[in-house]
Design a protein around this ligand. Structure first.
Ligand SMILES: NC(=O)c1ccc[n+]([C@@H]2O[C@H](COP(=O)([O-])OP(=O)(O)OC[C@H]3O[C@@H](n4cnc5c(N)ncnc54)[C@H](OP(=O)(O)O)[C@@H]3O)[C@@H](O)[C@H]2O)c1
Length: 283
């Protein structure tokens, strides 16, 4: 396929470019410098020039606390730009696959969030991402929204790489024992994003690794074990003690009720994905 990737220098963007190249796709990889998604004119010109069959949008302003104090920028990048990507994709006949977040949910639910649950974001980041989903769907019927969460991967700064770095420096770690999510390996997510682009069946998908989900503390302990740092001292804390600017859902475990219906198998269990990540990245 001819695939244009935005946010190609981010954690997921890099994984998507790598996976698409491995599948033999013709890839137009754009980081923020070659294509700022808030520049609507430049998006239009680039799409008209490159004429992709699919656009996979991995660009976003992902600083959840930053979004809380800069609502205009949060909405410009995570809503308006996504709407414009959809409109521009429609003009050139491309399917848009855009990534959203588990933070569209408030976390009050027990168990897993599926597409049957109403979103109710509690942060500016979550609200802007939800508006991005809805505006994109309104602007182009060929929009695939992929909600995901707790991503770990080879590139970029993420929860996992940060704790492992700190453990290796001999630091004592604090970890949250009362917040739950479903971890997602960027490489598995990337492959699924590409599959969804190829399938071209619009809708909202929940894409996370398989398994029952996990608390931050359990995930941290599993990651430290995989990295050979199991002796690290860990202090369990409650999410409420952190007093961060943006509220986060206490439970944001996701499950998809659509994927099997369109013939997509579950992604590997998160424990096995973590093992793959450790083997490839934590030498
Ligand atoms: N990481 C997670 O756990 C998580 C969880 C749920 C959902 N998501 C979603 O997954 C997607 C990918 O996130 P990620 O983890 O790969 O984040 P990331 O590493 O922060 O990547 C996002 C990329 O978007 C770029 N970007 C920001 N503003 C842009 C603009 N105006 N134009 C073009 N590019 C721009 C960033 O560039 P700069 O670095 O130059 O700013 C960065 O390279 C996002 O939609 C995010 O909301 C992530």
């Amino acid at each position: 396929m001819r695939i244009l990737v935005t946010g190609a220098n981010g954690m997921v963007g890099r994984a998507v470019v790598e996976q698409c190249l491995a599948q033999g796709d013709e890839v137009f990889a754009h980081d923020r410098h070659s294509l700022d998604i808030t520049n609507h004119e430049s998006v239009k010109i680039t799409l008209e020039h490159e004429r992709p069959e699919a656009l996979i949008n991995c660009a976003a302003w992902t600083d959840v606390d930053g979004c809380e104090s800069n609502r205009p920028l949060a909405y410009a990048v995570n809503s308006r730009a996504v709407e414009n990507l959809a409109a521009s994709s429609r003009r050139v006949g491309a399917v848009l696959v855009t990534i959203s977040t588990d933070y569209v949910f408030d976390g009050a639910r027990e168990g897993f969030y599926t597409q049957r649950d109403n979103p109710n974001p509690t942060s500016v980041y979550g609200a802007a991402k939800l508006e991005g989903e809805r505006c994109a769907q309104a602007a182009s019927a060929r929009t695939v929204v992929v909600r995901t969460g707790w991503i770990f991967g080879k590139s970029g700064r993420n929860f996992l790489s940060t704790i492992i770095e700190r453990a290796r420096r001999g630091e004592r770690l604090k970890t949250i024992s009362d917040a739950y999510g479903t971890p997602t390996y960027a490489d598995d997510l990337a492959l699924r994003l590409r599959e969804l682009a190829e399938l071209d069946i619009p809708g909202v998908y929940h894409v996370v690794n398989g398994g029952a989900g996990v608390s931050y503390e359990e995930f941290t302990r599993a990651a430290l074990l995989a990295a050979g740092c199991e002796a690290t001292e860990i202090e369990s804390v409650s999410m409420d003690t952190l007093r961060r600017p943006a509220p986060r859902p206490r439970n944001s475990r996701l499950r998809c009720i659509l994927s099997a219906a369109v013939g997509l198998p579950d992604l590997p269990y998160w424990e096995s994905a973590l093992g793959n990540f450790a083997r490839l990245s934590l030498k």
